[in-house]
Design a binder for this molecule. Structure first.
Ligand code: FES
Length: 336
Protein backbone atom coordinates (compact mmCIF):
# COMPACT_ATOMS: atom_id res chain seq x y z
CA UNK A 1 0.00 0.00 0.00
CA UNK A 2 1.22 3.52 -0.73
CA UNK A 3 0.48 6.87 0.92
CA UNK A 4 0.57 10.32 -0.56
CA UNK A 5 2.73 12.91 1.20
CA UNK A 6 2.12 16.62 0.68
CA UNK A 7 4.75 19.10 1.82
CA UNK A 8 3.67 22.54 3.01
CA UNK A 9 4.09 25.33 2.16
CA UNK A 10 5.57 24.21 -1.20
CA UNK A 11 2.72 21.85 -2.14
CA UNK A 12 5.26 19.27 -3.39
CA UNK A 13 3.92 15.73 -3.36
CA UNK A 14 5.43 12.25 -3.37
CA UNK A 15 4.34 8.76 -2.47
CA UNK A 16 5.75 6.32 0.07
CA UNK A 17 5.24 2.62 0.49
CA UNK A 18 4.30 1.10 3.85
CA UNK A 19 7.37 1.08 6.06
CA UNK A 20 9.34 3.45 3.83
CA UNK A 21 11.16 6.23 5.69
CA UNK A 22 9.63 9.63 4.88
CA UNK A 23 13.00 11.39 4.48
CA UNK A 24 14.46 8.73 2.17
CA UNK A 25 11.43 8.82 -0.07
CA UNK A 26 11.50 12.63 -0.24
CA UNK A 27 15.19 12.63 -1.21
CA UNK A 28 14.54 9.91 -3.82
CA UNK A 29 11.75 12.08 -5.22
CA UNK A 30 14.21 14.99 -5.55
CA UNK A 31 13.00 17.12 -2.62
CA UNK A 32 15.81 18.26 -0.35
CA UNK A 33 14.67 18.37 3.27
CA UNK A 34 17.06 19.23 6.09
CA UNK A 35 18.80 16.26 7.72
CA UNK A 36 21.98 15.34 9.54
CA UNK A 37 22.52 12.05 11.39
CA UNK A 38 19.68 10.06 9.77
CA UNK A 39 19.49 8.20 13.05
CA UNK A 40 16.91 10.07 15.10
CA UNK A 41 19.48 11.88 17.22
CA UNK A 42 20.19 15.39 15.93
CA UNK A 43 16.70 16.80 15.33
CA UNK A 44 17.68 18.41 12.00
CA UNK A 45 14.84 16.63 10.17
CA UNK A 46 12.11 17.60 12.65
CA UNK A 47 8.86 18.53 10.92
CA UNK A 48 5.22 18.99 11.87
CA UNK A 49 2.52 16.57 10.76
CA UNK A 50 -0.53 18.72 10.00
CA UNK A 51 -2.77 15.87 8.82
CA UNK A 52 -2.54 12.09 9.09
CA UNK A 53 -0.67 9.72 11.41
CA UNK A 54 2.93 8.51 11.49
CA UNK A 55 4.93 5.84 13.27
CA UNK A 56 7.92 7.62 14.90
CA UNK A 57 10.15 4.55 14.52
CA UNK A 58 13.48 4.73 16.35
CA UNK A 59 13.35 8.49 17.05
CA UNK A 60 15.36 9.31 20.16
CA UNK A 61 13.78 11.14 23.09
CA UNK A 62 16.36 13.93 23.15
CA UNK A 63 15.64 14.93 19.55
CA UNK A 64 11.89 14.33 19.79
CA UNK A 65 10.67 14.73 23.38
CA UNK A 66 7.14 13.66 24.37
CA UNK A 67 5.80 17.23 24.33
CA UNK A 68 7.03 17.69 20.74
CA UNK A 69 5.35 14.40 19.73
CA UNK A 70 2.08 15.50 21.26
CA UNK A 71 2.33 18.82 19.38
CA UNK A 72 2.51 16.84 16.13
CA UNK A 73 6.24 16.88 15.43
CA UNK A 74 8.12 13.92 14.01
CA UNK A 75 11.63 13.09 12.79
CA UNK A 76 11.44 12.43 9.07
CA UNK A 77 14.59 10.27 9.11
CA UNK A 78 12.80 7.71 11.32
CA UNK A 79 9.10 8.17 10.66
CA UNK A 80 6.91 6.09 8.39
CA UNK A 81 3.40 6.93 7.18
CA UNK A 82 0.31 5.20 8.47
CA UNK A 83 -2.00 7.26 6.26
CA UNK A 84 -1.77 10.04 3.67
CA UNK A 85 0.08 12.95 5.28
CA UNK A 86 0.36 16.72 5.09
CA UNK A 87 3.69 17.80 6.55
CA UNK A 88 4.93 21.29 7.28
CA UNK A 89 8.68 21.50 6.74
CA UNK A 90 11.49 23.62 5.40
CA UNK A 91 12.75 22.63 1.96
CA UNK A 92 16.18 23.48 0.65
CA UNK A 93 17.25 24.46 -2.82
CA UNK A 94 17.87 21.45 -5.00
CA UNK A 95 21.11 19.57 -4.53
CA UNK A 96 21.90 18.86 -8.18
CA UNK A 97 25.24 20.68 -7.80
CA UNK A 98 26.20 18.17 -5.12
CA UNK A 99 24.90 14.82 -6.34
CA UNK A 100 25.21 11.81 -4.05
CA UNK A 101 27.66 9.35 -5.58
CA UNK A 102 29.06 5.95 -4.75
CA UNK A 103 32.81 5.96 -5.27
CA UNK A 104 35.85 3.85 -4.48
CA UNK A 105 38.74 5.51 -2.68
CA UNK A 106 42.18 4.57 -1.47
CA UNK A 107 43.64 5.24 1.97
CA UNK A 108 46.46 7.65 1.18
CA UNK A 109 47.72 8.38 4.69
CA UNK A 110 46.96 7.62 8.33
CA UNK A 111 48.07 9.99 11.06
CA UNK A 112 47.28 9.82 14.75
CA UNK A 113 46.15 13.28 15.86
CA UNK A 114 45.65 11.99 19.42
CA UNK A 115 45.75 8.58 21.09
CA UNK A 116 42.13 8.04 20.11
CA UNK A 117 41.78 10.21 16.98
CA UNK A 118 43.02 9.13 13.56
CA UNK A 119 43.25 11.41 10.54
CA UNK A 120 42.47 9.37 7.42
CA UNK A 121 43.30 10.93 4.07
CA UNK A 122 41.45 9.34 1.16
CA UNK A 123 42.42 9.57 -2.48
CA UNK A 124 39.73 9.43 -5.13
CA UNK A 125 40.19 7.77 -8.52
CA UNK A 126 42.25 9.76 -11.05
CA UNK A 127 40.32 12.70 -12.53
CA UNK A 128 37.49 12.31 -10.02
CA UNK A 129 36.50 14.80 -7.40
CA UNK A 130 33.66 14.95 -4.95
CA UNK A 131 31.62 18.13 -4.97
CA UNK A 132 30.41 18.76 -1.43
CA UNK A 133 29.44 21.56 0.91
CA UNK A 134 31.56 22.38 3.95
CA UNK A 135 30.04 20.42 6.84
CA UNK A 136 28.68 17.42 4.91
CA UNK A 137 29.62 13.79 5.52
CA UNK A 138 30.26 10.54 3.66
CA UNK A 139 29.26 7.00 4.57
CA UNK A 140 31.62 4.07 4.17
CA UNK A 141 29.83 1.04 2.74
CA UNK A 142 31.35 -1.90 4.58
CA UNK A 143 31.83 -5.35 3.14
CA UNK A 144 29.33 -6.97 5.50
CA UNK A 145 26.66 -4.47 4.46
CA UNK A 146 27.00 -1.95 7.32
CA UNK A 147 27.64 1.75 6.92
CA UNK A 148 29.69 4.22 8.96
CA UNK A 149 29.31 7.97 8.62
CA UNK A 150 32.14 10.47 9.00
CA UNK A 151 32.19 14.22 8.40
CA UNK A 152 34.59 15.59 5.83
CA UNK A 153 37.23 17.68 7.63
CA UNK A 154 38.78 19.48 4.68
CA UNK A 155 37.16 22.38 2.85
CA UNK A 156 35.60 21.84 -0.60
CA UNK A 157 38.26 23.88 -2.42
CA UNK A 158 41.03 21.75 -0.89
CA UNK A 159 39.90 18.57 -2.60
CA UNK A 160 43.10 16.68 -3.36
CA UNK A 161 42.16 14.26 -0.61
CA UNK A 162 39.12 13.72 1.57
CA UNK A 163 40.13 13.96 5.22
CA UNK A 164 38.25 12.38 8.10
CA UNK A 165 38.80 12.52 11.87
CA UNK A 166 37.95 9.09 13.23
CA UNK A 167 37.62 8.67 16.98
CA UNK A 168 38.24 5.25 18.44
CA UNK A 169 35.02 3.83 19.87
CA UNK A 170 35.23 1.14 22.52
CA UNK A 171 33.83 -2.01 20.91
CA UNK A 172 33.52 -0.29 17.53
CA UNK A 173 34.44 -2.81 14.84
CA UNK A 174 35.21 -0.30 12.13
CA UNK A 175 37.21 2.08 14.31
CA UNK A 176 39.10 -0.89 15.79
CA UNK A 177 40.09 -1.75 12.23
CA UNK A 178 41.15 1.86 11.57
CA UNK A 179 43.45 1.91 14.61
CA UNK A 180 44.73 -1.66 14.55
CA UNK A 181 44.91 -2.95 11.01
CA UNK A 182 44.04 -0.38 8.37
CA UNK A 183 46.87 0.02 5.88
CA UNK A 184 47.81 2.75 3.45
CA UNK A 185 46.51 1.78 -0.04
CA UNK A 186 43.49 -0.05 1.40
CA UNK A 187 40.50 0.36 -0.92
CA UNK A 188 37.16 1.44 0.53
CA UNK A 189 33.83 2.38 -0.94
CA UNK A 190 31.72 5.31 0.18
CA UNK A 191 28.50 7.11 -0.62
CA UNK A 192 28.18 10.87 -0.33
CA UNK A 193 28.07 13.71 0.18
CA UNK A 194 25.24 13.56 2.68
CA UNK A 195 23.61 15.93 5.13
CA UNK A 196 22.29 19.44 5.20
CA UNK A 197 24.66 20.54 7.96
CA UNK A 198 26.54 23.15 5.97
CA UNK A 199 27.28 26.85 6.13
CA UNK A 200 24.34 28.99 4.99
CA UNK A 201 26.24 31.47 2.85
CA UNK A 202 23.20 33.54 1.93
CA UNK A 203 22.97 34.81 5.52
CA UNK A 204 24.98 37.70 6.91
CA UNK A 205 24.39 36.85 10.57
CA UNK A 206 27.30 36.39 12.96
CA UNK A 207 28.12 32.73 13.48
CA UNK A 208 28.59 30.61 16.60
CA UNK A 209 30.28 27.26 15.95
CA UNK A 210 30.15 24.63 18.69
CA UNK A 211 32.22 21.47 18.35
CA UNK A 212 32.44 18.58 20.78
CA UNK A 213 35.45 16.24 20.32
CA UNK A 214 35.75 15.09 16.71
CA UNK A 215 32.68 17.21 15.96
CA UNK A 216 35.51 19.62 15.14
CA UNK A 217 35.89 17.95 11.71
CA UNK A 218 32.93 19.55 9.85
CA UNK A 219 33.47 22.78 11.79
CA UNK A 220 37.07 22.87 10.52
CA UNK A 221 35.75 22.43 6.99
CA UNK A 222 33.36 25.36 7.49
CA UNK A 223 36.02 27.68 8.93
CA UNK A 224 38.51 26.88 6.17
CA UNK A 225 35.78 27.39 3.59
CA UNK A 226 34.82 30.74 5.13
CA UNK A 227 38.45 31.90 5.18
CA UNK A 228 39.03 30.77 1.59
CA UNK A 229 35.92 32.60 0.39
CA UNK A 230 36.68 35.77 2.36
CA UNK A 231 33.45 35.47 4.33
CA UNK A 232 33.80 38.27 6.87
CA UNK A 233 30.89 37.37 9.17
CA UNK A 234 32.08 37.34 12.82
CA UNK A 235 32.74 33.75 13.93
CA UNK A 236 32.91 32.54 17.54
CA UNK A 237 34.34 29.03 17.54
CA UNK A 238 33.89 26.96 20.72
CA UNK A 239 35.63 23.60 20.86
CA UNK A 240 34.96 21.36 23.83
CA UNK A 241 36.96 18.28 24.79
CA UNK A 242 37.56 16.28 27.95
CA UNK A 243 41.26 17.07 28.19
CA UNK A 244 43.97 18.96 26.36
CA UNK A 245 44.77 15.98 24.12
CA UNK A 246 41.17 16.07 22.89
CA UNK A 247 41.82 19.48 21.29
CA UNK A 248 43.88 17.66 18.73
CA UNK A 249 44.25 20.64 16.34
CA UNK A 250 44.31 23.38 18.97
CA UNK A 251 47.24 25.22 17.39
CA UNK A 252 45.51 25.33 14.02
CA UNK A 253 42.36 26.84 15.53
CA UNK A 254 44.41 29.33 17.56
CA UNK A 255 46.20 30.36 14.36
CA UNK A 256 42.89 31.04 12.57
CA UNK A 257 42.00 33.42 15.38
CA UNK A 258 45.45 35.03 15.39
CA UNK A 259 45.38 35.68 11.65
CA UNK A 260 41.73 36.70 11.24
CA UNK A 261 40.34 39.38 13.55
CA UNK A 262 36.73 38.31 12.85
CA UNK A 263 37.40 34.78 14.18
CA UNK A 264 37.43 34.12 17.92
CA UNK A 265 38.49 30.72 19.28
CA UNK A 266 37.38 29.54 22.71
CA UNK A 267 38.61 26.07 23.73
CA UNK A 268 36.85 24.49 26.72
CA UNK A 269 37.90 21.43 28.73
CA UNK A 270 35.39 19.45 30.78
CA UNK A 271 37.75 17.25 32.81
CA UNK A 272 40.97 19.20 33.27
CA UNK A 273 43.70 16.96 34.67
CA UNK A 274 46.96 17.93 36.41
CA UNK A 275 48.91 17.06 33.25
CA UNK A 276 46.90 19.42 31.10
CA UNK A 277 48.64 22.63 32.29
CA UNK A 278 45.43 24.42 31.40
CA UNK A 279 44.61 28.01 32.19
CA UNK A 280 41.72 28.28 29.70
CA UNK A 281 37.98 27.78 30.13
CA UNK A 282 36.59 24.68 31.80
CA UNK A 283 33.15 23.08 32.02
CA UNK A 284 30.68 21.99 29.37
CA UNK A 285 31.15 23.63 26.01
CA UNK A 286 27.56 24.73 25.47
CA UNK A 287 27.53 26.27 28.96
CA UNK A 288 30.62 28.28 28.07
CA UNK A 289 28.69 29.72 25.12
CA UNK A 290 25.80 30.60 27.45
CA UNK A 291 28.20 32.38 29.81
CA UNK A 292 29.39 34.58 26.93
CA UNK A 293 26.20 35.26 24.99
CA UNK A 294 23.13 36.66 26.72
CA UNK A 295 21.00 37.18 23.62
CA UNK A 296 21.23 34.69 20.76
CA UNK A 297 18.67 36.41 18.54
CA UNK A 298 21.20 37.93 16.09
CA UNK A 299 23.14 34.68 15.61
CA UNK A 300 23.23 31.58 13.50
CA UNK A 301 24.52 28.49 15.37
CA UNK A 302 26.16 25.36 13.97
CA UNK A 303 26.78 22.54 16.46
CA UNK A 304 28.36 19.14 15.98
CA UNK A 305 29.06 16.56 18.67
CA UNK A 306 27.31 14.08 20.94
CA UNK A 307 23.50 14.06 20.92
CA UNK A 308 23.34 15.24 24.57
CA UNK A 309 25.39 18.35 23.78
CA UNK A 310 23.27 19.11 20.71
CA UNK A 311 19.99 18.75 22.63
CA UNK A 312 21.19 20.93 25.50
CA UNK A 313 22.56 23.57 23.12
CA UNK A 314 19.36 23.70 21.07
CA UNK A 315 17.13 23.99 24.13
CA UNK A 316 19.23 26.55 25.99
CA UNK A 317 20.15 28.74 23.02
CA UNK A 318 16.55 28.85 21.78
CA UNK A 319 15.44 29.72 25.34
CA UNK A 320 17.82 32.70 25.06
CA UNK A 321 16.41 34.08 21.83
CA UNK A 322 17.88 31.93 19.06
CA UNK A 323 15.28 31.40 16.31
CA UNK A 324 14.80 27.61 16.00
CA UNK A 325 15.50 27.74 12.25
CA UNK A 326 18.92 29.33 12.86
CA UNK A 327 20.18 26.28 14.77
CA UNK A 328 21.91 23.69 12.59
CA UNK A 329 23.26 20.46 14.02
CA UNK A 330 24.87 17.16 13.27
CA UNK A 331 24.96 14.61 16.07
CA UNK A 332 27.25 11.62 16.32
CA UNK A 333 25.66 8.29 16.86
CA UNK A 334 27.80 5.22 17.19
CA UNK A 335 27.42 1.67 15.95
CA UNK A 336 29.32 -1.08 17.65
S1 FES B 1 17.31 13.27 13.72
FE1 FES B 1 16.79 13.02 11.66
S2 FES B 1 18.56 13.56 10.59
FE2 FES B 1 19.18 13.61 12.68
Amino acid sequence: MTHQITLKPSGHQYTVADGEILLEAALDAGFVLPYGCRNGACGSCRAKVLEGTVDHGRSQKGALPDNARSEGYTLLCCATAQSDLVIECRELADSSEYPVRIMPCRVQALEKLADDVMLISLKLPVNERLAFRAGQYIEFMLKGGGRRAFSIANAPHDDGFLQLHVRRIEGGKFTHHVFESMQVKEILRFEGPHGTFHLREESDKPIILVAGGTGFAPIKSMVEHAIHNHIQRPIKLYWGARNRAGLYLHEMAAQWAAEHPHIEYIPVLSEVGPDDAWSGRSGLVHEAVLEDVADFSPYQVYACGAPGMIDAARDDFCAHGLPADEFFADAFTFST
